[in-house]
Write a protein that binds this ligand. Structure first.
Ligand SMILES: [Zn+2]
Length: 742
């Protein structure tokens, strides 16, 4: 699940050699993981008082001849119930490291006090019981920012609104040498409250009180307990139960999710192997989240009602039961599960819509816009997403790596490797090294250098094409060119798809060019006169894109942390103050940004992105000038584009372009006549950062227009005959890894 404040652990570098003998598959492994420590807990929750009372019987899988230590929330009062077991408080205000020696990652929150206890068991004893009670109340607060997407996070809260307890809450004894755990929770709470945890549920009544019992014997990383006043919807599938828990009755909404759960689970079973849990529950959370836990997902009230979530976040969270919550991540070498899940969910959905190239281009654009200079880091240092930089590397670069691996191996071998990886490692905690070994074994070749190149190295290749020429040879033509990697450091091993479009041919010819050096000469033969040459036009290679390959979009202007906001002097005080507040809000994610009045400036600076605010801004004409090559007209009175006319009196407009001179920095323009619309713009526009232009109407800032400028020229596309031929190379779309049921 996405949480905050990832630490960066050191990792030992893998020594590479060309002729490594690959380790065979482990001779014996338990497909259901190692023996866990078992917790049998009765839990009573009093949300109005923020308290819990727990009786926990702990069973170790083997006898302990030494004392064991565990961590527990510091405000819980503990007593031991088993005779002859000695409990001592060892240390208060413990600061556990976020990655423990077994590779498990537990995000740490300074607001949760943690105490270490020592337990000494009599010889031969494997079981003991302890009781504890107290308050856990850390309501969700804003944590991290993702360019306007404010995330809230809690490390544990028991309240009338709802209950959220996880490993980070230290609400159960966490043994420091423990690898995995299993549990039975018998939960009792006030009337109207429901509770969910991992595994299967049964229920019973005692003294007129409803008890919910959640049980799992498959090894788990942590114990979740979430609660709320929910309406429950159920659907039985062939070998699991689908649930929807909503905060208000909504049969239609529940039906939407329940009817998709079975098809998604079956699709991933067909692709990867058996779903590892007896249920999957959609739970409406009491704050805005998009968390995927083992056998359930917690989505906020707004998120759960967004129509596109059903085909984006929902399959993503379901797939986390294979990656992250089925095969666990050993975080010591980095987090592989987010990129793999995004590749097989978000990218798969896009590929099924025929939009794979657009999706990949967006990933590369995020990297180009947000990951600049010293902000870059290797995938091996990724733990979780907490801003646009970590998203671009941890999700974007990682999913592009899996895409390149697929192209290297071919679809069938790629799928075989994933299935093998899942089957061999279910309920175990594994690292990138295990992935590399498994893929190498299935492919029959050593892929570890490829893993090292993408996982451990910082940065990305930059491609250029030179010396393009056409030679006629009898009846055929040969396109010759030199392909170069111009980034610093060691050249990458790359497989670059090269497209040639020839006269009279309906489709481009594609040939992958393998590059192991800085320069590679290519020669492609075609039967008729070639029209154009395109290097990686479908964005199959993770690389730093040239600005000219991309339409200018808002993310470029948001990505420059040194941006300058230019306020209009000639504007009503109300509007000017509105723009100032908008600039201050956006500046929170741009620590070095500045705000100035237009009258204080001679000219717009050329060395940074600028945001020109207001119709009456002195520099509006500069914005107009920067737009001359785009199909748009910005005038005194209105904005005309996409055959739409946005009148200045009623609409709010947001436009991006680039400065006319190198380094072609981004220019953003925000203008409205409605001061009441500015707070809405301030909040909403960052969510539209992949667009080039936007228009909104009214004080409620309803979006009425959004779009991207066309790409005018790419340095990796060379027109060989007509220089003005703007047609894109046509190539049949790649078959998706698996078809998504409509
Ligand atoms: Zn995820």
């Amino acid at each position: 699940m996405p949480r905050l404040n990832a630490g960066i652990a050191s990792f030992s570098s893998v020594v590479l050699s060309c002729s490594v003998i690959l380790a065979p598959a482990p001779a014996s492994f338990s497909s259901e993981g190692p023996s866990p420590i078992d917790h049998r807990m009765t839990v009573t929750l009093v949300p109005t008082a923020h308290t819990l009372r727990v009786r926990d019987t702990v069973t170790f899988p083997m006898t302990r001849d030494k004392a064991v230590t565990f961590l527990l929330h510091g405000q819980l009062h503990v007593s031991i119930e088993t005779p002859d077991v000695i409990l001592t408080k060892e240390e208060t205000n413990v600061r556990p490291s976020s990655i423990d020696p077994t590779g498990r990652y537990t995000p740490q929150d300074d607001r949760i006090p943690v105490t270490r206890y020592r337990v000494l068991l009599p010889p031969g004893t494997m079981i003991f019981t302890l009781s504890y009670e107290g308050q856990i109340n850390q309501p969700p607060i804003a944590a991290g920012d993702d360019y306007g997407r404010t995330a809230e996070d809690s490390a544990g809260v028991i309240s009338s609104d709802g209950v959220f307890l996880s490993g980070s809450s230290y609400w159960y004894p966490t043994f420091e040498d423990q690898d995995f755990l299993s549990f039975t929770l018998d939960v009792e709470g006030p009337d109207g409250f429901g509770f969910v945890s991992q595994g299967t549920r049964r229920e019973y009544s005692r003294d007129d009180h409803r008890h919910l019992v959640w049980h799992t014997d498959t090894p788990q990383d942590e114990i979740y307990l979430v609660g709320g006043k929910w309406v429950e919807y159920v659907r039985d599938e062939a070998d699991f139960t689908a649930y929807a828990f909503l905060r208000s009755p909504d049969q239609a909404l529940a039906e939407k999710y329940l009817s998709r759960t079975g098809p998604y689970v079956r699709m991933y079973e067909a692709l990867l192997g058996r779903y590892p849990y007896p249920k999957f529950a959609l739970i409406e959370n009491f704050w805005e989240t998009g968390y995927g836990m083992p056998s359930f997902t917690l989505l906020g009230s707004t998120v759960v009602r967004l129509p596109f979530i059903l085909t984006s976040s929902y399959p993503h969270e379901i797939l986390h039961n294979w990656w992250g919550n089925g095969v666990y991540v050993d975080y010591r070498e980095g987090n592989w599960c987010e990129g793999l899940t995004a590749y097989l969910a978000d990218h798969l959905m896009a590929e099924n819509r025929g939009e794979g190239p657009i999706y990949r281009r967006t990933m590369l654009k995020h990297y180009a816009d947000y990951v600049t200079g010293s902000q870059d880091f290797p995938i091996s240092a990724f733990r979780e997403r907490h801003n646009s930089v970590t998203r671009a590397v941890g999700y974007g670069k990682t999913l592009m790596f899996f895409h390149m691996l697929r192209l290297e191996l071919g679809d069938q071998q790629f799928i075989d490797a994933l299935r093998t990886f899942y089957q061999e490692n279910r309920f175990n905690r594994v690292s990138f090294s295990v992935l590399a070994d498994t893929f190498s074994r299935v492919a029959g070749s050593d892929l570890r250098p490829l893993f090292a190149q993408w996982v451990q190295q910082t940065g990305a290749p930059v491609l250029q094409v030179k010396n393009v020429r056409v030679e006629q040879q009898g009846k055929t033509y040969q396109v010759r060119a030199r392909l170069e990697q111009v980034q610093g450091g060691t050249p990458y091993h790359l497989r670059v798809p090269v497209f040639v479009t020839a006269e009279g041919e309906g489709q481009a010819q594609m040939q992958p060019i393998v590059m192991n050096d800085r320069e590679t000469d290519l020669a492609l033969t075609v039967a008729s006169r070639p029209i154009r040459l395109d290097i990686d036009p479908e964005f199959d290679v993770f690389r730093r894109l040239d600005r000219a390959e991309l339409p200018p979009t808002l993310s470029e202007a948001f990505g420059d942390t040194h941006a300058l906001f230019v306020l209009p002097t000639q504007e009503s005080p109300e509007l000017r103050e509105g723009y100032r507040r908008l600039a201050s809000a956006w500046k929170l994610t741009m620590p070095d940004a500045q705000i100035q009045l237009d009258q204080e400036l001679e000219a717009l600076p050329q060395d940074r992105a600028v945001w020109v605010l207001g119709w009456n801004n002195r520099f509006r004409r500069e914005v107009e000038r920067s737009l001359t090559s785009q199909p748009v007209q910005l005038t005194e009175k209105d904005l005309v584009l996409d055959s739409a006319r946005i009148a200045r009196q009623t609409g709010s407009v947001v436009i991006t372009s680039r400065a006319a001179t190198p380094p072609f920095n981004a220019i953003g323009f925000v203008a409205t006549e409605t001061a009441m619309a500015i707070p809405g713009l301030s909040r909403k526009v960052p969510h539209y950062d992949r667009y080039s232009y936007l228009a909104f109407t009214g004080e409620e800032t309803k979006n009425i227009l959004k779009g991207e400028w066309p790409i005018i020229s790419s340095p990796l596309s060379v027109r060989l005959s007509d220089p003005h031929d703007a047609r894109h190379p046509i190539h049949p779309p790649r078959k998706p890894l698996i078809a998504v049921e409509p």
